[in-house]
Ligand binder design. Structure first.
Ligand code: PGA
Length: 253
């Protein structure tokens, strides 16, 4: 079975104390994970060390950064490098979230750089892709997402690409309460896998987890995750409510 992942994306929410309490609530639920299942918490930079230490005794639970720099090191005030994340034992980083693309002008080319630096540092990039509403309405979402994948990821060798996780997040579904239907999610996930297969072959494409993101809730997670090409979710709003995220973890295949 492919790796299945429930990833929380806290975004710029929760104080340190609130973050600790939420994490405690979720860990207290003592959810047994199978070997192929992972839970990931993408939290603000100042909380990473705390989250990592809370998770130290947990199997298959990981902290993730929400971003990293496209530069290796040097005079880039305010940036955090992949190497810095590696130095505090961070194993995952969300790369190219649509909010970063939109509000911080991140390009496919810069994201290729970020993903490369993460992989070099032994950090799994959770690479986000997905189309805005006007593209979906025009029916050109497949080409749009294919270009995102090609421009950011297709410079990698077969060995390198196997170290990534993809998150398909249609922008029109993020924080809107408007979830993609299971048909829309499955269709795009299968398409993404076929694009990966075209470049890297079936074995590589079959092994890469593809998460769905965009208004995943306690009530719809099971249905979405049941789709054959949906390998879990990247969850914003519902990951801030302990009881809801616990249900979402339970919904993993
Ligand atoms: P949402 O956010 O679950 O609140 O829609 C998902 C995301 O942006 O990763």
């Amino acid at each position: 079975m492919r790796t299945q992942i429930a990833a929380a994306n806290w975004k710029m929410n929760l104080t340190y104390r609130q973050g600790e309490e939420l994490l405690d609530e979720i860990l207290d639920a003592d959810i047994p994970l199978e070997a192929h299942q992972r839970v990931v918490f993408a939290v603000p930079f100042p909380y990473l060390i705390m989250v990592n230490s809370e998770l130290a005794d947990e199997n298959n639970y990981f902290a993730a950064a929400q971003n990293c720099s496209d530069k290796r090191s040097g005079a880039y005030t305010g940036e955090v490098s992949a190497e810095m994340l590696q130095s505090i034992n961070i194993r995952y980083a969300v790369i190219g979230h649509s909010e970063r693309r939109e509000y911080f002008s991140e390009t496919n080319q810069a994201l290729a750089q970020k993903a490369a630096l993460c992989l070099e540092a032994g950090i799994t990039p959770i690479f986000c892709c997905g189309e805005p509403l006007n593209i979906r309405e025009a029916g050109t979402q497949n080409n749009y997402v294919k270009t995102q994948l090609e421009e950011s990821l297709f410079g990698f060798s077969e060995g390198r690409i196997s170290g990534i996780v993809i998150a398909y997040e249609p922008i029109w579904a993020i924080g809107t309460g408007k979830t993609a239907t299971t048909e829309q999610a499955q269709e795009m996930h299968a398409f993404i896998r076929s694009v990966l297969e075209g470049k890297y072959g079936a074995d590589v494409a079959e092994a890469i987890p593809i998460l769905y993101g965009g208004s995943v809730k306690a009530g719809n997670a099971k249905e979405l995750f049941r789709c054959p090409d949906v390998d879990g979710g990247l969850v914003g709003g519902a990951s801030l409510i302990g009881a809801d995220f616990i249900k979402i973890i339970h919904s993993l295949k």
